[in-house]
Every structure is written in structure tokens, then in C-alpha cells.
Design a protein around this ligand. Sequence first.
Ligand code: PGA
Length: 233
Amino acid sequence: MIDLRVIADASWPSAIADEWARRLERDPALRMCLPTGSTPVPVYEDMSERGGFADTTIFLLDEFGLPSGDPGRCDAMLERDLLSRLPERPAQVEMLDPQAKDLQAECRRFDQAIADGGLGLSLLGFGRNGHLGMNEPGSDVDSPTRVVNLAQETIEGLRRYGADTTTTWGMTIGLGPLLASSEIWLLVSGERKATILDRALNGPVSPSVPASLLRTCDRVTVWADESAASHLR
Ligand code: PGA
């Protein structure tokens, strides 16, 4: 069941941050999956003034197969947009390492770390092709954390993130562990996501639009600003 909340564009970040801050007050040791990219930036900005992360564990949703230090990497974005601004750093931050010698073992390590306690709250953005993390269209509903080939528009997105180089692959928490989160919040803003939001919420439930698979889960909240909700049937 999806709880759809449509919020005026200007108050979208603070509405999410208000609820998130309340959630952290109730559960200070929350285990969370967090995304990067442009969508969460204003929410992170608002949250960084509030703090509340000192006892949390954070799993970074995905990572590009880029050299360490590239500003387009998800670890660099999380550091820049959230972690470096917090008054106190989270107790634990887990990230996938695309430089690991054995990438399969790295993915298994991550799934094990998630399984040891589960994910209490997963924040997700989504792409204009409906991907969740780097689970591109066609991903299995029970896919594990793994190395993936990126869709062309995901590769093009790297430029928006200020990457120095490019890549055709990444690593992502799989749909299996993600959809097993106790609670999921999908963050959607801007008119450029309006068509895919309508397909995700009102089109067929299908791996061809991974975000539509959220409709098979309990406790999903979609936080859409009015621009993103403007094409909803
Ligand atoms: P964006 O990307 O937040 O930068 O739009 C989200 C995504 O592609 O998953």
C-alpha cells in the first residue's frame, strides 16, 4: 500500500525533514539506506541543521564504478551533501567499494551487513527510466546487491553530478534487500519526473519500471512535490 503525499514545491524539503526528524527522535539508532543525486539535496540541507544522526547506521544505496576521489561518486556526494554538514557523524556508514579486489565478495559482505539488523528506513530517489538505485529496468524483484551495467541515461546523469570521468557500471543494493526494508520513502521532485511517477503509480506493476514494484510492499510513502505530481492520472 502506497501512502502518497503531495506537497507544495517550496515546502517539500521541510515536510520530509520534519517527518524524518520525528522518526529519528523515536528511533535514534535507526538503520537507514540513503540515496545521493540531486533529489535529496534540499532535504539533506534541511536535515543537516537538525542533526539526530549520531547513533544511526547508514548504508549508501549505490556507487558508480569510478576511481576513488571522483566528485561524481556517490560517496563523494553523500559526504558533500550530508555527512560533512552534520553536527555529529553517524555511528556507522557502510559503502560499497568499487575498487574492491573481489566485487562479488564485496556485494555479499554488504548484503550480510544489511541482513544483520535489516533496514528500518530506506530513502530512495528514482530515475526517469524508473530505476531504484542502480536497479535498472528488467531487474529481478528479489535481486541481491550486485555489480550492474548502467542504462544510457544513468551514464549521462554522471555529467550532472560533476564526475571527472565516466563509467558503464556500478554497484547497487539489490531490489531484494531494498524492498524488504521496514519502511520506504520515495522522494520525487520536479516536473521532469512527472511522467515516470505516473507510470510507477498507475501503470502496470512490472520490472520494466522498477519503481512500480514498490506497490508490492507494505509501508511505502511517496513524497512528491506538486510539480512531480502534475501528471498523475
Ligand atoms: P536524481 O537521480 O535525483 O539526480 O534525479 C535519481 C536517480 O537517477 O536515481
